[in-house]
Design a protein around this ligand. Structure first.
Ligand code: UDP
Length: 314
């Protein structure tokens, strides 16, 4: 396959840095843009000497000027954990709206194919489970998660408007909970919190009674799904996630077992608008992308625990 020129926004983030690696491994040139408010230079430091890799520190909510041709644009820039988008509500809204507009404009100018990182948060606190792509969602636009959910809903709408109006070849991935190496230990999400707490012998902080569910996809599986989606003919939104649903209490217990920790579980207040259920229906991804996750939760957790063990003093 011929070498492509690929722009990845949020390329120094957890998912973005894995995408940079994946496209470089496929023999392409990668330009990574990140303003590093939640991304980290360490995530891409091993790529900086690669002549096919270029890093630009910039906020994509501002005008983006890239010299030369671009074949693909992947828009992954955004704070993405509940703690981060509560800390950066305006940046979250701007990168989902202005940042999406700017990157779509760039894709139009360069005649590039475009992939938007959307999210299962577009379904809010869902009233149907599992969620299929035709479910409209149940979102509180003025709640604490609204800044992320509404930014991504707007991002989907404008992406499809560019597809319909300008015939841009756009893709939308609705990404469900994903975990693996390079998650920040302080990003506040369940997996890094529980792993760091278990490894440090501290109590695991389950919010509420822990009966809320999530479905966790290992990063390598997600990256493969994104790669296949970019190469596909699909233009409508598609769910990418692991359909294995688990309660948060069971996740905490599993992590205690896998780390062989003596930690106990404590129950803290459940944050407002915390979705009670979340599970992807991935029929569409199976049918159109021939994609389904290959790595089960235990296997993914073991790899992630090992990475946390060797990268942090806990
Ligand atoms: N959660 C928890 N303890 C923590 C962090 C998160 O019980 O220390 C819960 C959180 O309330 C939610 C679930 O775990 O129900 C997943 O939270 P996360 O922040 O990982 O992602 P979300 O799916 O809510 O965006």
């Amino acid at each position: 396959m011929e070498m492509k020129s690929v722009l990845i926004t949020g390329g120094a983030g957890f998912i973005g840095s894995h995408l940079c690696e994946r496209w470089l491994a496929g023999g392409n040139q990668v330009i990574c843009i990140d303003n590093l408010i939640t991304g980290k230079k360490e995530n891409i430091s091993h790529l900086l000497d690669n002549p096919d890799f270029k890093f630009i520190q910039q906020d994509v909510s501002k005008y983006i000027d890239i010299e030369g041709p671009l074949d693909y644009i992947l828009h992954f820039a955004s704070p993405a954990s509940p703690i981060d988008y509560r800390l950066y509500p305006i940046q979250t809204l701007k990168v989902g709206s202005l940042g999406t507009h700017n990157t779509l404009g760039l894709a139009k100018a360069k005649k590039a194919r475009y992939l938007l990182a959307s999210t299962s948060e577009v379904y809010g606190d869902p009233l149907v489970n599992p969620q299929t792509e035709d479910y409209y969602g149940n979102v509180n636009c003025v709640g604490p998660r609204g800044v992320y959910d509404e930014a991504k809903r707007f991002a989907e709408a404008i992406t499809l408007a560019y597809y319909r109006t300008h015939k841009l070849d756009t893709k939308i991935a609705r990404i469900f909970n994903t975990f693996g190496k390079r998650m920040r230990k302080d990003d506040g999400r369940a997996v890094p919190n529980f792993i760091t707490q278990a490894l440090a012998g501290k109590p695991l902080s389950v919010y509420g009674d822990g009966s809320q569910t999530r479905s966790f996809c290992y990063i390598d599986d997600l990256v493969e799904g994104i790669y296949k989606l970019m190469l596909s003919r699909l233009n409508e939104p598609v769910n990418l996630g692991n359909p294995g649903e688990i309660t948060i209490l069971a996740l905490a217990e599993k992590i205690i077992k896998l780390t062989q920790s003596k930690s106990k579980i404590i129950h803290n207040t459940l944050p407002k608008d915390d979705p009670k259920l979340r599970c992807p229906n991935i029929t569409k991804a199976k049918q159109y992308l021939n994609w389904a996750p290959q790595i089960n939760l235990e296997e993914g957790l073991m790899k992630t625990i090992e990475w946390f063990r060797s990268n942090f003093k806990l």
